[in-house]
Design a protein around this ligand. Structure first.
Ligand code: NAP
Length: 513
């Protein structure tokens, strides 16, 4: 077998390409590309639909249509897939079953973990697909003469020829290296993120050597990537690159923890898209290039939105420097002798005769699944001519949009959901603000204490409402792990208990009242 250098691969594959075009491969490829572009347009319209709760379901269905079209096009028009079709059918059915079961069984509160696993699977899949195609390419180049003789009847040759059409093996090898590096970093990083979210692994680890390990393994992976591009016959370089990048992914996620985990998951989501995009260049698949780029860009935008909402820079998040910003006061200093508790009956009396109520939900609403009861209470108050709104913080809960999804599931009208900036404009006119399982996103320390670890994070100013009722089980801190002076303020009453149970008791008290 000849040694498959980049240039003799070009010559060989261009010859095969001409044979393939003559044999009708070109017609397949152009129809395939037209359908892929239609699928890509469906993805774009689908994402547009996802930008508003009212059109989100339609957006999801449009994207699903795009995905089905892309899969059907690949299955019917990509000759490469006709060989060994059993494998992708079995893989596809297995994937479908896993997806369906996960969607049914996974709790809303465990969504970030599920997204982490999906990101990881996407990254690892990209790494293996690019690796397999790279091996196949070098094998094909080694047997170029035989394949050229086979001409248009050899479907693998047709596919490979189409892939290399234009004679740009370097583009393919660079894409292969990128796919391997980004895919492997995403894979191992996501698995570690999943384990951290599950509590199976410690939180943030701040040893400075971790940052060193991250950069070192990335540099080693890049060196193997360069070797692979220069000497494609060194197929081992691809797997050496993949192993180094897997190690880099572990070091990348290790220093991150606590409230920053959702940010890193969003970033890994973006990486999984970029890995898929690079793999699209490796296998010359238009729809994979476009959809990967869409995931990459939307993941980056989401990451940026989260960082802004937490008043953190991405560098701060990635290098775990939150704890260095300042030191929080101890719980004793903040709460001792100042916290007032209340009962559902007292709250029912307080709500009698008020005009404006604002409900500010947080992670505790998701944990207690109390969105349906909260809607019932809002309806009861509305029947008494009380104006009820919901104040939604962009990072309340564990994912952006977490609260919107839960409240939409409970059929709360979208018009009642107000963003943080809107609520803060009228919060002083609110008679009673009900804080349901929210903590960090309503912590006034972020606004008033420059030494607080969350200083500068935009919050909903619930402390400025006339009366604030906080529903949670204890004085435990939220995700950021710091005490909240709101709980000890003069105008705050704590209603201790599980969110759903406490609200059900409030419903009874309102009925009796
Ligand atoms: P939080 O600060 O984590 O506080 C949630 C509170 O819910 C806890 O203090 C807990 O108190 C209470 N809780 C838990 N289970 C409950 C139950 N069954 N019933 C009633 N209360 C319950 O939540 P948050 O105010 O929503 O803030 C979100 C945090 O996540 C922020 O720190 C944010 O920066 C971070 N984050 C979010 C995102 C995102 O995209 N959403 C992204 C990055 C970071 P008890 O244990 O006393 O009940």
């Amino acid at each position: 077998m000849d040694s498959p250098t980049a240039m003799n691969m070009t010559d060989a594959l261009q010859g095969i390409g001409e044979a393939a075009q003559a044999g009708g491969g070109g017609t397949f490829l152009s129809l395939q590309n037209i359908l892929y572009v239609v699928a890509a347009l469906l993805f774009i319209f689908g994402i547009k639909g996802l930008t508003h709760p009212r059109t989100a379901v339609r957006g999801n269905l449009i994207s699903l249509g795009g995905m089905l079209l892309a899969m059907a096009t690949a299955a019917v028009l990509d000759p490469h897939l006709w060989h060994g079709w059993m494998w992708w059918v079995v893989g596809g059915v297995l994937g479908l079953l896993i997806g369906l079961i996960a969607a049914k069984l996974v709790q809303m509160t465990a969504m970030p973990e599920m997204v982490a696993l999906y990101n990881g699977s996407g990254g690892i899949a990209s790494m293996f697909v690019a690796g397999a195609v790279f091996h196949h390419l070098t094998h094909i180049a080694g047997q170029a003469t035989t394949i050229q003789a086979a001409g248009a009847t050899d479907v693998t040759a047709m596919h490979m020829a189409a892939m290399m059409d234009g004679g740009q093996p370097y583009q393919t090898f660079v894409a292969t290296a990128l796919s391997g590096i980004i895919g492997a970093v995403t894979g191992s990083g996501s698995v570690l993120a999943f384990l951290k979210l599950r509590g199976k692994f410690g939180s943030a680890m701040t040893n400075p050597l971790l940052k060193f390990g991250n950069g070192t393994f990335l540099a080693i992976a890049a060196i193997f990537g360069a070797l692979l591009v220069i000497n494609p016959e060194w197929t081992w370089a691809y797997w050496a690159l993949a192993i180094s990048a897997l190690a880099c992914g572990v070091f990348f996620v290790m220093p991150i923890g606590g409230a920053d985990m959702p940010v890193v998951i969003s970033l890994l989501n973006s990486y999984s898209g970029l890995a898929a995009c690079a793999t699209g260049f490796v296998i010359n698949n238009t729809v994979l290039i476009v959809s990967g780029a869409l995931v990459g860009a939307s993941g980056l935008i989401l990451t940026q939105i989260m960082c802004v909402a937490m008043n953190r820079s991405l560098t701060n998040v990635l290098f775990g420097v939150m704890a260095d910003v300042g030191k929080a006061a101890s719980a004793d200093e903040v709460y001792a002798g100042k916290v007032k508790s209340t009962s559902p009956e007292e709250v029912a009396m307080l709500l009698d005769g008020v005009q404006r109520v604002c409900i500010v939900p947080g992670y505790g609403m998701a944990a207690s699944q109390s969105q349906h009861v909260v809607r019932d209470i809002a309806n009861m108050l509305a029947e008494r001519d009380v104006e009820v709104t919901y104040g939604i913080h962009p990072v309340a809960g564990r994912m952006p949009g977490h609260m919107n999804v839960l409240l939409a599931e409970a059929d709360v009208p979208y018009e009642q959901l107000h963003e943080m900036d809107t609520v803060n404009k009228y919060i002083e006119q609110v008679d009673v603000c009900i804080v349901l399982g929210a903590n960090d996103v309503v912590n006034p320390d972020a606004r008033t204490n420059p030494k607080s670890p969350i200083a500068g994070m935009p919050i909903i100013d619930v402390d400025k409402a006339r009366t604030c009722i906080v529903i949670k089980r204890s004085l435990s801190p939220g995700f950021a792990g710091i005490p909240n002076p709101l709980f000890a303020m003069d105008n705050t009453l704590m209603m201790f208990g599980d969110g759903k149970k406490a609200l059900n008791e409030l419903v009874e008290a309102l009925k009796e009242g």
